[in-house]
Ligand binder design. Structure first.
Ligand SMILES: NC(=O)c1ccc[n+]([C@@H]2O[C@H](COP(=O)([O-])OP(=O)(O)OC[C@H]3O[C@@H](n4cnc5c(N)ncnc54)[C@H](OP(=O)(O)O)[C@@H]3O)[C@@H](O)[C@H]2O)c1
Length: 263
């Protein structure tokens, strides 16, 4: 062979392109479940864990916009500015410290019982210490001790029995994260709490479109805007039919890798 290195290189490029294309192939269109988000807040505060930024901050924004009491667990080193600007109360603490979560559940602004916990705990580092299992396990334990029954947990498509729904490339990149999310799901499912688990695929920072929905089809995979995911999370929080359910957050416009808009 005249150019063996070039041939191997081109072969690898072809394989990579094929992998990305296959990863982005479109599956079935699942059916929607649940109704649109309620405009009226329920009684009792909501503790948001992971509410300082991204999806969690969008959840705080939606809850505050309709007048819910919201408390956000904020790490001592983290910026609480956006949370406070939305009128949510903050309680300083780290989800990896069980005592901080117990203290957070005593911080209900109304002095009464929290009605729910929403956890969007995650992290940017793929290798370093992450709270995906331990933080959520601590939150579940604290909820049980405090008598808070409702718990909505955001994990990831690929967790639990949805392994094959995640594109191969995502399974590889998140190989240290997905098992921890699966453990957190299992822990919550067996906790006795009124749980809902919501699995998104890849997340995008764009304005909400309102076309995404929750489905019980655990083969469903799409990318989704964080703002849309947050709306679906609040929707599930409000709806008693969501108790004991695992959903995939599905955006019918973002099912292919190349359908993600540039703007
Ligand atoms: N990124 C993706 O494409 C993607 C795809 C699928 C699923 N997900 C999952 O979807 C959820 C939302 O992701 P996201 O990208 O919107 O949010 P994110 O940027 O991962 O935000 C994570 C949140 O968790 C908080 N946090 C991390 N460790 C903590 C700790 N020990 N104690 C208290 N708070 C802690 C962070 O607070 P600080 O401000 O203190 O860091 C932040 O508010 C996460 O569960 C994520 O794993 C993400």
């Amino acid at each position: 062979m005249k150019y063996p290195k070039l041939t191997v290189f081109l072969g690898l490029v072809v394989l990579l392109v094929a992998w990305v294309l296959i990863s982005g192939m479109e599956g079935d269109r699942p059916r929607a479940v649940l109704n649109p988000v309620s405009a009226t807040p329920a009684a009792g505060a909501v503790l948001v864990i992971g509410g300082t930024r991204a999806t969690g901050l969008e959840v705080v924004r939606l809850l505050r916009a309709r007048g819910d009491d919201v408390v956000v667990l904020v790490r001592p080193s983290s910026d609480a500015g956006e949370v406070e600007a939305l009128g949510a109360r903050i309680v300083r603490g780290d989800a990896l410290n069980p005592g901080d979560l117990a203290a957070a559940l005593k911080a209900d602004p109304a002095g009464g019982q929290f009605r729910a916990i929403v956890s969007t705990l995650g992290g940017r580092s793929l290798d370093g210490p992450r709270p995906d299992f331990e933080g959520n396990r601590n939150a579940v334990d604290a909820a049980r001790l405090a008598g808070v029954r409702r718990f909505v947990l955001v994990t990831v498509i690929g967790a639990g029995e949805s392994r094959d729904a995640a594109p191969a490339i995502a399974r590889y990149v998140l190989r240290n994260v997905i098992p921890e999310k699966s453990k957190a799901e299992d822990y919550l499912k067996t906790s006795g709490l009124d749980y809902t688990i919501i699995r998104p695929g890849g997340l995008l920072d764009k304005e909400p479109q309102g076309r995404a929905y929750l489905t019980e089809d655990t083969r469903a995979m799409s990318w989704i805007r964080r703002s849309d995911l947050a709306a679906l999370t609040v929707q599930a929080l409000d709806d008693p039919r969501a108790i004991g359910k695992v959903y995939h957050a599905f955006d019918p416009d973002r099912t292919r890798f190349w359908s993600i808009p540039a703007n």
